[in-house]
Design a protein around this ligand. Sequence first.
Ligand SMILES: NC(=O)c1ccc[n+]([C@@H]2O[C@H](COP(=O)([O-])OP(=O)(O)OC[C@H]3O[C@@H](n4cnc5c(N)ncnc54)[C@H](OP(=O)(O)O)[C@@H]3O)[C@@H](O)[C@H]2O)c1
Length: 220
Amino acid sequence: MTRKTALLIGATGLIGNELLKILLKNDAYQKITVIVRNPLGMTDPKLEEIVTDFDELDEALINFHVDDVFSCLGTTIKKAKSQEVMYKIDVTYPLKIAQLTRKVGARQFLFVSSPYANAKSRTFYTRIKGELEDEVMKIDFNSITIFRPSLLLGKRQEFRLGEHTAGVLFTALSFLFVGPLKKFSGIQGKTVAKAMDKAAQMNQEGVTIYELDQIEELGS
Ligand SMILES: NC(=O)c1ccc[n+]([C@@H]2O[C@H](COP(=O)([O-])OP(=O)(O)OC[C@H]3O[C@@H](n4cnc5c(N)ncnc54)[C@H](OP(=O)(O)O)[C@@H]3O)[C@@H](O)[C@H]2O)c1
C-alpha cells in the first residue's frame, strides 16, 4: 500500500499539537508537513516544517502535493484584537490552504469548525465558522470532514481565564450534561485530534460533519 502524505496547519495549538503527535505515529503516513509561523523546536524523521508568514502561503505552497490536509487553525477575538484579523486567521488562511492544495491534487480536507456554525448567524464567531464551512464545501475535494467540538479542554501553553474557568466548572459538573444538555459539555482537545486522524483513514466521500457526540464516539 502506498503511504500517504499529510499537511497540518495549527500544529502548535491545543488540538493541532495532539494531532501532530498522532499523525507522526500513524504508519498510514510517510511524511507530515506542518506550516508554522515559528519553528516547532522538535525533530522527527517524518516531519517537514515550512516556516512562513501566513500572508505568503501562495509562495510557500507552489506545486505542493499532499494527500490529506488538516486545519486546526484559529484564534480568539482577544488575541486577534479585531474582527478583520480574526477573519483572516479563521477563514482566509484555511480557505487559501484548501484551494492551493486541491489545485495540486489533495484528496481530503479535514478542519475544526464550531457548534452552531452558520454563515447567516448574527454572532461573529459562528458566522465566520459557517462561512468557512460553506466556502470549503464549494471546493471539489473527494472528501471534506468538518468537526464541531464544544469548549476545548486540555493543557494550553497560554492561560485563557474564561475557558479555564468554564473548563473547571464543566468538568466538575459533567454529571449534569446529559441528554440534550450534552452538547454544552466540554471535550478534550486530544479526543478531537484522535477523531480527526480516524476520520482521515475512513476513505469517506463527500461532506461529513461531526457534531460533539460523534466526535466523542470516534475519538474515544
Ligand atoms: N477554544 C475552544 O473552546 C474551541 C471550541 C470549538 C472550536 N474551536 C476551534 O478549534 C480550532 C482549534 O482550536 P485550538 O484551541 O486547538 O487552537 P489554539 O490552541 O488557539 O491554536 C491555534 C493555532 O492557530 C495558529 N495561529 C493563530 N494565529 C495565527 C497566525 N496569525 N498565523 C499563523 N498561525 C496562527 C496558532 O499558531 P501560533 O502558535 O503561531 O500562535 C496555533 O497553532 C480553532 O479553529 C477554534 O476556533 C475552539
